[in-house]
Design a binder for this molecule. Structure first.
Ligand code: V0V
Ligand code: CO
Length: 146
């Protein structure tokens, strides 16, 4: 079951410039940043609001760290902008199966590591009316040290 918008992923050419933009325009602050080598990104999470399942909703700003990653490819084709929407769930495997059972393709056979040790999978944008859709299960708070 999906219980929140976990984040909206935004492709940026210059992470620091985008962070500064959101700080000045809306007062959003970075609550977490990291490099995800597997995904090829340097990223920052800006917390927007809490949610009634106890988690939160964020903007995820993503800058590529190499030329062959998904974000670099997206920037080259489309320029900066909204890259994906991520729905939050307590069980990413079940939420992925619920979607694939309707014929939507998942990008990974098993969840991969996302921000702050979350578990993530993606649904193909061509099967989701043009929206790259991520499913996110937050790390167990007991092991979320980052
Ligand atoms: C590509 N397409 C998109 C899209 N990216 N449509 C909507 N939103 C996007 N973000 C369309 C594109 O316009 C093409 O349509 C078609 O899909 C094939 O695109 P492509 O440029 O040839 O790209 P592919 O097929 O090589 O790669 C697209 C996929 C790739 C979605 C498969 O981006 C991918 O594997 N994404 C998952 C990983 C990811 O996005 N990582 C970065 C975020 P036409 O032109 O043929 O009609 S990492 C993250 O969010 C983390 C760590 C986290 O949240 O924790
Ligand atoms: Co994301």
């Amino acid at each position: 079951m999906i219980t929140r918008i976990d984040h909206i992923g935004i492709a940026c050419r210059d992470l620091d410039a985008s962070i500064e933009f959101y700080r000045r325009a809306h007062g959003f602050e970075v609550v977490h940043s990291e490099v995800n080598e597997e995904q090829g990104v340097r990223e920052a999470m800006l917390r927007i609001n809490g949610t009634d399942d106890g988690a939160a909703s964020y903007l995820q700003l993503l800058e590529p760290i190499r030329d062959d990653c998904a974000i670099a490819k997206y920037l080259e084709k489309h320029g900066e902008g909204v890259h994906h929407i991520a729905f939050g769930t307590a069980d990413v495997v079940a939420a992925t199966e619920a979607a694939t059972s309707t014929g939507i393709r998942a990008l990974y056979p098993a969840p991969r590591r996302g921000t702050s040790n979350s578990s993530i999978n993606f649904l193909h944008p061509k099967d989701c009316h043009g929206v790259l859709t991520e499913l996110v299960q937050a790390a167990d708070p007991a092991d979320a040290h980052h």
